[in-house]
Ligand binder design. Structure first.
Ligand SMILES: [Zn+2]
Length: 340
């Protein structure tokens, strides 16, 4: 039988960003809080993720969101705070996690005809208020988990729809790529990039923004104003003016670092997607998004950037025909970033 699919404990904030912020921390207390959180993240990352087992039969088209509250502890999922169809509650984080998961579900359902994370109507579970002042959000192989942020550097993680869609997409990748994508090296950077790609598309779709109107930023609004404007830019990876002072993402293979963090090298495939979407014009979810989505099914667990270039070109052929303008635009995008 097939082996268990690769899943990840995938964080939105890379540990080296927390370390850089710790170096620049205003007080020893802030510094030690950030370093503690690096360790917590490393510990969680090392825990074996369990592939979700679907309890009960989901009916087709059913949206089932469940939001839990960890009450600043580490036990998951925590106490039930709001379930599908329930009225808004007093806690803004609960409602944001609920609404963000709903928008992401709707995008996958309406645009890509996918029924939830596993395409079988899997219940979407989220936990808010994880730990105290926790500066991160993650997908643990089964559910999404959000910290509140410390209020000094990070303002919370449920406020940005692209962050929510990024995390949920880690679940999609786990199921849509045969065997899942190994969370290290190029397959890991692709895993991260795919989450940024669909995180950005979901935000654009919700805001009805064309590729020209979109800001192409990841995590705009989650950083305190003094820290920066966003985590990453897909239009111009590594542009500190657009993001934050420690952003050093490469945008082409010239800046690729062997063994680099998955959130670092992901700038290259992110930039390829942006280039393809700009060349295809209009809305990112009309052509570029479906091409990237279809490519997921053509990848293997250890896929490289070159494999993704091939898979997206193949997907463009399947969707728009051989020698189509779409195929050429996709190939040119990967050539532009030096992958092929
Ligand atoms: Zn991620």
């Amino acid at each position: 039988m097939a082996t268990e699919p690769h899943s990840c404990t995938c964080f939105i904030i890379p540990s080296n960003m927390l370390r850089k912020l710790a170096d620049a921390a205003a007080s020893p207390a802030d510094r030690s809080l950030l370093l503690d959180q690096c360790e917590t993240s490393a510990y969680l990352r090392g825990q074996r993720s369990i592939t979700p087992v679907v309890a009960g039969i989901a009916s087709v088209g059913e949206k089932r969101r469940t939001i839990f509250d960890a009450h600043h502890k580490s036990t998951l999922p925590g106490k039930l705070a709001r379930s599908e169809g329930g009225l808004a509650v007093a806690d803004a984080s609960v409602n944001q996690a609920y609404d963000g998961a709903g928008a992401t579900y709707d995008f996958y359902r309406e645009v890509l005809k996918r029924n939830s994370i596993d395409n079988k109507g899997l219940r979407i579970d989220s936990t808010v208020h994880y730990l105290s002042k926790f500066n991160n959000a993650f997908w643990n192989g089964q559910q999404m988990v959000y910290g509140d942020g410390d209020g000094k550097l990070f303002l919370g993680f449920t406020g940005a729809l692209d962050v929510i869609a990024h995390e949920l997409t880690h679940g999609v990748t786990q199921h849509a790529v045969p065997g899942g994508l190994v969370y290290e090296n190029q397959s890991g950077a692709l895993n991260e990039s795919i989450s940024d790609v669909f995180g950005s598309i979901v935000k654009q779709w919700k805001l009805k923004q064309s590729v020209d109107q979109a800001d192409w930023l990841i995590g705009a609004g989650i950083l305190a104003p003094g820290v920066g404007k966003a985590l990453r830019s897909m239009a111009d990876p590594g542009n500190k003016e657009l993001t934050w002072s420690g952003d050093d993402q490469p945008k082409t293979m010239a800046g690729y670092v062997e063994g680099g963090d998955v959130h670092f090298n992901s700038g290259i495939p992110n930039h390829a997607f942006h280039a393809a979407a700009m060349a295809l014009k209009g809305n990112s979810w009309d052509k570029a998004g479906p091409v990237w989505y279809k490519a997921l099914g053509l990848l293997t667990s250890n896929a490289t950037f070159a494999d993704m270039a091939k898979a997206t070109a193949q997907a463009a052929v399947l969707l728009y025909g051989a020698d189509s303008a779409e195929q050429h635009a996709v190939q040119a995008a990967w050539t532009g970033v030096g992958v092929v």
